[in-house]
Design a protein around this ligand. Structure first.
Ligand code: FDE
Length: 472
């Protein structure tokens, strides 16, 4: 450990936390990391955390024969909420493999094709909502509305549940409770272990109430489906959880574990995707040339079709690059941890004992000049042209984590986000407030704070000829 640099000023007990920002630990670590180099450590209240962001070291940590996911920090703090659900399960917990095998087919191509019309339904609600705003000359609240969209999408495609987000003027209480639980889990990393419980009794109580609310919402969703006597079987995630036995062992998920899985999917399935969409819209509004190119692609690939078919989404190659490039600069799940499966040496220099772990700072990995070039800080979707991708070393782009415990919802999120961006690009021109400066808030996930956009309906888009538009 002594070879790994740490910030120069260290205080007994408090460690390096003085000057550290409690509100934005990731961006704060990023600043420190830039000064200290590709592997560094920070200490908070006698807990030492090793951070890694160098492309070579991150590639080593991706080696599944030496390392595996580590459930620590933010992820571990979510255990009271998500228990042995897929995201928070320890590698050795039998429910991980069981749930993984039962649920993976829920993200197959065939399953996604089934979700496509439901995703379109939700996207239609968003455009109806945005049409009104643009007609009234009002700016739209991008992160707020993207969160409505992604919550409805995962709830309807996965669980046949409608939260009615677009009919509400305030976020659904489920979202408020979830944001509360996520922020609380994040704060627990930065709070002192002994003082914490005393100072934060109020916060702990609120957290308990938030979790109770989330649980009871989930129980209602599950009850509604159980009560439907199988007549409403849709082959969605909830059906899989309730009806499907493991293909080899015949084992099923327990009701308690199902509750954990539903919470997991509702939370993991929308917060990160909504951030990804928001960052992409931010960059589109800031880069007119990129915006025009993306709009031209949508026109060319979708042509006059009113709504895209399933296969027409993946054909939006450039839109997808815009999304990838946004996830490069702001990976909305900004870190993951890896632990050594047995004693090993990282980078030929840093000995790790079995179980020792390090946190991969994805945002810095994605900006490492060694992998991405000297202009790594600039937004440029052409980095994701196939030729450029092939020229880069592997394991330098990890917005969905790595290995066996990588994101199961990757294709789902990418299909949803590309579909929605395509629809929005075809329908609107976006204009940012000239004095908006990107500020990123953290609640385990990243989100552009206060991003608002002004919209203008594009007159030459096919929908512009519908009666609703004629009135405008
Ligand atoms: C997962 C995930 C991850 C890993 C983490 C660790 O390693 O720790 C990451 C990084 C992610 N994920 C990311 C993301 C981004 C986005 C946009 C997303 N993600 C989306 C989504 C959707 C859905 C539904 C999901 N997602 C889900 C999920 C899950 C369940 C998980 C766990 C897996 C295992 O198995 O472990 C994840 N995700 Fe995600």
């Amino acid at each position: 450990l002594h070879r790994i640099p740490h910030p120069p000023r260290r205080v007994p007990v408090l460690g390096d936390v003085l000057g550290a920002s409690v509100r934005s630990p990731v961006q704060d670590s990023m600043r420190v990391g830039r000064q200290l180099g590709p592997v560094f450590r920070r200490k908070a209240f006698n807990k030492e955390i090793v951070f890694v962001w160098g492309a070579d070291l991150a590639a080593e940590l991706a080696d599944e024969s030496r390392f595996a996911k580590h459930v620590g920090l933010g992820v571990a703090n979510l255990r009271p909420l998500a228990g042995d659900g897929l995201f928070t399960a320890y590698n050795h917990e039998p429910n991980w493999q069981l749930a993984h095998d039962i649920l993976a087919p829920g993200f197959s191509r065939a399953a996604m094709e089934g979700y496509h019309p439901l995703m379109l339904d939700v996207a239609r609600q968003l455009t109806a909502f945005w049409d009104e705003r643009s007609h009234a000359g009002e700016a739209v609240d991008v992160p707020g509305d993207m969160t409505k969209l992604t919550l409805e999408t995962i709830a309807r495609t996965g669980f046949g549940h409608d939260f009615g987000s677009f009919e509400r003027s305030r976020p659904h209480p489920f979202v408020t409770a979830m944001v509360g639980a996520l922020s609380y889990a994040q704060r627990r990393n930065t709070a002192p272990p002994l003082l914490g419980p005393l100072m934060q009794r109020g916060a702990a109580k609120r957290d308990k109430a938030d979790r109770a609310y989330l649980d009871s919402t989930v129980d209602q969703v599950v009850e509604a489906r159980r009560g439907s006597d199988g007549t409403g079987a849709r082959g969605d995630l909830l059906d899989r959880m309730l009806e499907t036995a493991h293909p080899d062992t015949g084992e099923r998920l327990s009701p308690r574990n199902i509750r954990r899985q539903v919470v997991t999917f509702l939370v993991a399935g929308h917060e990160t995707t909504s951030g990804a969409l928001s960052f992409a819209l931010h960059y589109l509004s800031r880069n007119p040339a990129v915006l025009r190119r993306a709009q031209a692609e949508v026109e060319q690939v979708w042509g006059g079709t009113e709504e895209p078919a399933y296969e027409q989404v993946a054909r939006l190659r450039y839109v997808r690059r815009v999304l990838d490039e946004s996830l490069r600069l702001w990976p909305t799940a900004p870190a993951f941890s890896r632990e050594a499966l047995r004693a090993t040496t990282l980078g030929g220099l840093h000995p790790m004992h079995k179980g020792a772990w390090a946190l991969v700072l994805i945002m810095l990995l994605h900006r490492d000049p060694a992998a991405w070039g000297e202009d790594a800080e600039t937004f440029d979707p052409d980095r994701f042209e196939p030729k450029a991708v092939r020229a880069r070393p592997p394991h330098v782009f990890k917005p969905f984590g790595t290995g066996a415990r990588a994101c199961i919802g990757r294709q789902f999120a990418l299909h949803e986000a590309t579909l929605v961006l395509g629809l929005l690009l075809r329908r609107y021109d976006f204009r940012a407030d000239p004095d908006y400066r990107l500020e990123v808030s953290e609640r385990l996930t990243l989100m552009p704070r206060g991003l608002r956009l002004h919209l203008t309906r594009r007159t030459h888009s096919p929908q512009a000829r519908t009666p609703a538009a004629a009135r405008g």
